[in-house]
Design a protein around this ligand. Structure first.
Ligand code: SF4
Ligand code: MG
Length: 291
């Protein structure tokens, strides 16, 4: 990624793209769904991408990546990594059918979501990846509403349920962990899925100087958990002593309306998931086999 994109100051999504490309090197083709990273990086006639890059629709980046991979193979090119890339809107919701199809066919591509937890480039509407309780323009907090009513959609686990050989979560707050996972995914043949948590100062309403702090706190409080599922084996790649979730929530305007009883519900949910992840690791069950 070249410097000087048109993202907002403190944008976590552009850091995700930069970290991704540092790990992959230049032998890649990126097929990117409409979204923040597309509108801010490629205003005609300029581009910030120093690798081959295709803009595709919200709904079909994974299908286009599959086609690009097939074309490369027909030319005898088996080395170029093809990446289907998009935000949570493009991958978790609108483009999920194409993502699911590529995972189920085990097409030889990397599918990567940068998750800013909203439809950010169209005005911060809630997505399937928006967390419970967050205020968004389509789930505004007010007298009658406490923000989004549903929990975040768990796409990494849905990806492994398709039989994907390598699935991982990552965060821009931990670049080394992120890049290690990208490099590992590059060694695997078939459809691989990575989900990168990328804080958005505009949508989440925090100061643009705090992006990395917010990203780290998401992991340190358990609001975002770092793990990988390598050939079905689940393993957390970071197991911090969890801080109270309030430390993460209080930094962000999208949660400022939350009452203590709602924060307690979120904390209880984190505690329960953390405990289940402990169990999952200890029992050593193979998720590719059972799901
Ligand atoms: Fe980045 Fe958020 Fe701005 Fe989009 S709205 S460019 S994700 S900071
Ligand atoms: Mg988004």
């Amino acid at each position: 990624m070249a410097p000087g994109t048109r993202t907002c100051a403190g944008c976590g999504a552009v850091l995700a793209a930069r970290m991704l490309l540092k790990a992959t090197g230049k032998d890649v083709i990126v097929c990117e769904a409409t979204g923040c990273m597309e509108v801010t990086s490629t205003q005609y006639p300029t581009t910030a991408w120093k690798v081959p890059w295709i803009h595709v629709l919200f709904e079909n980046s994974a299908s286009v990546a599959t086609g690009v991979k097939a074309a490369l193979e027909a030319q005898g090119n088996n080395h170029t990594q093809v990446i289907a890339y998009g935000g949570d809107g493009g991958m978790v919701d609108i483009g999920f059918g194409a993502v699911s199809g590529a995972l189920e066919r085990d097409d030889d591509i990397m599918i990567i979501t940068y998750d800013n937890e909203a439809y950010a480039n169209t005005g911060i509407q809630r997505s399937g990846a928006t967390p419970f309780g967050a205020s968004a323009t389509t789930t505004p907090a007010g007298l009658e509403s406490q923000g989004k009513k549903q929990w975040k959609k768990n796409i990494p686990m849905i990806a492994v349920a398709h039989g994907s050989k390598y699935v991982a979560t990552a965060s821009i707050g931990y670049p080394q962990d992120l890049q290690k996972k990208i490099k590992k995914a590059m060694q695997v043949k078939g459809a691989r899925y990575l989900h990168i948590h990328a804080p958005c100062p505009i949508g989440w309403a925090f100061d643009s100087s705090m992006t990395i702090q917010v990203a780290k706190l998401a992991v340190q409080t358990g609001m975002w958990m770092l793990y990988e599922i390598d050939d079905g084996a689940f393993k957390r790649t970071m197991t911090p002593e969890l801080k109270p979730v309030d430390e993460y929530i209080k930094l962000q305007g999208r949660f400022k309306h939350l009452k203590p009883e709602t924060i307690k519900i979120i904390q209880e949910r984190i505690n329960a998931s953390w405990k289940e992840m402990d169990n999952l690791e200890k029992c050593g069950v193979n998720l590719r086999t059972i799901l």
